[in-house]
Design a binder for this molecule. Sequence first.
Ligand code: UD1
Length: 339
Amino acid sequence: MKKVLVTGGAGFIGSHTVVELHEAGYTPVIVDNFCNSHPDVLDGIATILGHSPIHHNIDCTDEQAMRGVFAKEGPFVGVIHFAAFKAVGASVNDPLSYYRNNVHATEILLRIMSELDCTNLVFSSSCTVYGQPKQLPVTEQTAFQHANSPYGYTKQVCERIIQDVVAAPSSATSAVLLRYFNPIGAHPSGAIGELPIGVPENLIPYITQTAAGKRKEIVIFGDDYETSDGTCVRDYIHVVDLAKAHVAALHWLTGKSNVCDSFNLGTGEGNTVKEVIDTFVEATGTQVPHRIGDRRPGDVEKIWASATKAQEELGWKTTLSLKTALIDAWNWQQKLEEQ
Ligand code: UD1
């Protein structure tokens, strides 16, 4: 049995990755304390898998409890580390929670992995490490800019910690740093998707909740940027495509020792906020009331990926369109409304 430890496996990207790991013949073992997810996600995963996934309700900063999971479930052929906070604004208000949950948990995980000769780590990083890049598209060689938020800084720091651990003379650890652009969409089955707690911070759940009538309107954060229609540009990637990249990363790590490399995970194309809303309306036939508001502090103007390296080295590329992602997100929102 090829077991993979998936921290944060009940989260948005984690849950979709658990499904893809299962499809690829792995046995995922989820560690998640539901601090930013919901236990119902496990039922959704079970609907797709045909059985309940293995799950431990544990905080990744609890070193003893984490050691217990390795003792009970190990050995693991790899660890995929998603568990982290991800709200840019919240990180500004409460930086210490971000350093504890994102950085300290990663350090604990690396220590346990080193001690137990568990050598393959896939780390959930973000395009936020690039800040506002000077050149587009962003390649993996693009220099990091000053992190705009504690959240962004935790991703830069964790990448550096992992690189240092791999480079240590006695180390056997290998790692892949996956820099996600903007993950959106939901599983085509409608059994799992993004489940924001409270008012959504991210664009797509805000669009689908507004379309469903749960929110009055969506505010577009600024239309005076240097872009085609004045609104910000992002590289939106379907979460199922993104999940499959984690399986590709595990395959890439197999048989390699003491390597660390980073990969951008995006489509290679950018869309403005207005284009996303227009595509949603066109694809679903559902209106999204919106108005232009002020710029959101900390937003970068435009960013999209060069996805060439992931294609050449991981043998992975995106296959699902923005339109498909928006239809799947809408399907998921409608399932939520029925509950
Ligand atoms: C950012 C990070 C991303 C990180 C994510 C975590 C960058 C470039 N991206 O995503 O790596 O994983 O935070 O949450 O740093 N928008 C509106 N109205 C809304 C909501 C959003 O206009 O109500 C706009 C934003 O201004 C932005 C776009 O929609 O231009 C996407 O925003 P969002 O979904 O929050 O993601 P990012 O901020 O790009």
